[in-house]
Design a protein around this ligand. Structure first.
Ligand code: NOJ
Length: 526
């Protein structure tokens, strides 16, 4: 899913870039384990998304979404998998909440399905009371069990009706429609929901949905025009929803509204080689800044986007962000939501630098020693997360950071992988890097969210990649859930609020550290 999404800017003819980031000297203690606990009140969460878990795609008046349409189109999803039933959480949400409670979770991130609430996309065309009731029941069940809901308003399942009528996010008419939907959600659920995420991974929405076509609505447009239009609409829609919350709901409801961006860390192949350092900077700018800089930075698009917009404007009409738009977008988030999974090594490609696109001015690789998940883009590089967090602090004015996703995939194999050591290692080492970022770099990380609470529909990969802390048997009509070893491990971390020092380091951490390192030398190392 999250492979590199350079489609959006494939014709950029620039190598201009920003101030060069200082990567610092190599730290020989980089991979050491650091015991310790997280600040009081640190938020531990797990996440899912409506289309990936709910099923019940056409019951109780739910409207069709672009993912229903896409997954029902032959050839779009591996093995022809669909989200028609998925984990059946529409019917099994009570059991899910009990499993969360068993883990000691106090927060849960899930998304609302827009067409379950407005089947035809707009309130005027009808509200599904059954859909509203479902989310009321889920929210009430969570709260009754001491779990605070963190709600994503848009996790990719646009009403198909809006796709058909307007062409989806390429059309600015969706700013108003999204705004009405978000306002309805604040009004209806905001008495109990205190954390809102406007959009999940806008860059993936636009580049995979409107350039490569790997995701719904499946538009292929290598010119960048559709993806840039999409990004433009999402930024405006996000900002409008935040401002409405800020002016109309905040005082009474006292919640927070942010956005979740998918960010990758790019490490220069040779940190002593300025050309590689600049290549890594270009890579970071291309991948991370499209949405981060307008919202959390100085309000402008990064140079790579601006240059693309300028160039495309010569040949076709492309909307630009006005100064008014920019000032509405700048600062429109109460927290910086980070979805992070992996790292790449970036190196300069000098022979192209004068003539080719910025995309061709660097190459991205991985290191042979990095463990790979089932997803072809997912390599475990824990220290990349710490660096990314420090970069966010330094680049974006030291915001409150909520890690809204981080996790590991394994395969759909028999027998099922319930002793998921690789996932446990991934969580242990990545969470430890979050601790280092808080303690040593003073990054204001307030939340950590494991993706995912359970195995689910992994978009174009269907059920072939499993990210869950709970195993779901998709061949059994009752979709039983079974906690994996990682669920127990993560619940231990939650109970201890991290990895308490010295003799208190849990036995589980000790055992695992040896396994993760492929050695039994855990005691000496710790
Ligand atoms: C990003 C997305 O938000 C989520 O839906 C997806 O399943 C995970 N990452 C894993 O690819």
């Amino acid at each position: 899913m999250e492979m590199l999404f350079f489609w959006a800017f494939s014709i950029v003819l620039t190598t201009a870039c920003c101030a060069v980031y200082d990567y610092g000297a190599y730290d020989p203690t980089r991979d050491d384990f650091r015991p310790g606990t997280f600040p009081d009140g640190f938020i531990w969460s797990t996440a899912t998304a409506s289309y990936q878990i709910e099923g019940a795609w056409n019951v109780d008046g739910k409207g069709e979404s672009i993912w229903d349409r896409f997954s029902h189109t032959p050839g779009k999803v591996d093995r022809g998998d669909t989200g028609d039933v998925a984990c059946d959480s529409y019917n099994k949400y009570r059991e899910d909440v009990q499993l969360m409670k068993n883990m000691g979770l106090k927060h849960y991130r899930f998304s609302l399905s827009w067409p379950r609430i407005f089947p035809n996309g707009t309130k005027e065309d009808g509200v599904s009371q059954d859909g509203v009731n479902y989310y009321n029941r889920l929210i009430d069940e969570l709260i009754a069990n001491g779990i605070a809901p963190m709600v994503t308003l848009y996790h990719w399942d646009l009403p198909q009706a809006l796709q058909e009528k307007y062409g989806g996010w390429v059309n600015e008419a969706l700013v108003g429609h999204y705004h009405n939907y978000a306002t309805f959600a604040f009004q209806t659920f905001g008495d109990r929901v205190k954390y809102w995420i406007t959009f999940n991974e806008p860059m993936i929405v636009c580049s995979l949905g409107y350039a490569s076509g790997e995701h719904a609505p499946g538009i292929q447009d290598s010119s960048s025009v559709s993806s840039l239009r999409c990004g433009h609409t999402l930024l405006k829609a996000h900002a409008r929803a935040w401002h409405t919350y800020n002016t109309t709901f905040r005082q009474l409801q006292r919640g927070k509204v942010g956005i979740s961006l998918s960010l990758l860390w790019a490490e220069p192949r040779d940190p002593d080689l300025p050309a590689d350092v600049q290549a890594a900077n270009r890579a970071m700018q291309m991948i991370n800044e499209w949405f981060a800089r307008p919202i959390f930075g100085d309000g402008d698009y990064p140079n790579v986007i601006e240059d693309t917009v300028q160039k495309l404007k010569l040949s076709m009409e492309l909307p630009e962000l006005s100064d008014e738009d920019k000032s509405l977008i700048r600062g429109s988030a109460d927290f910086f939501g980070v979805n992070h999974y992996s790292t790449r090594i970036a190196a300069d490609k000098p022979s192209h630098i004068q003539t080719q696109s910025v995309l061709e001015s660097f190459e991205m690789t991985t290191a042979p020693e990095w463990p790979r998940g089932q997803s072809d883009w997912l390599f475990a590089v824990p220290w990349g997360l710490r660096r990314l967090l420090r970069y966010i602090k330094e680049h974006y004015g030291d915001p409150d950071v909520y890690i809204t996703e981080n996790g590991w995939s394994d395969g759909d194999v028999q027998p099922p992988i319930l002793e998921d050591t690789d996932r446990v290692c991934y969580y242990m080492t990545y969470i430890d890097e979050v601790l280092k970022a808080i303690e040593e770099d003073q990054v204001k990380v307030r939340a950590y969210t494991a993706w995912s609470f359970m195995d689910n529909f992994e978009w174009a990969r269907g059920y072939t990649e499993r990210f869950g802390l709970h195993y779901v048997n998709f061949t059994d009509p009752s979709r039983p859930r079974t906690p994996k070893q990682s669920a127990k491990f993560y619940s231990d971390i939650i109970a201890n609020n991290g990895f308490p020092e010295g003799a208190e380091i849990t036995k589980m951490v000790q055992d695992m550290w040896g396994k993760c390192r492929g050695s039994d030398t855990v005691k000496e190392e710790l």
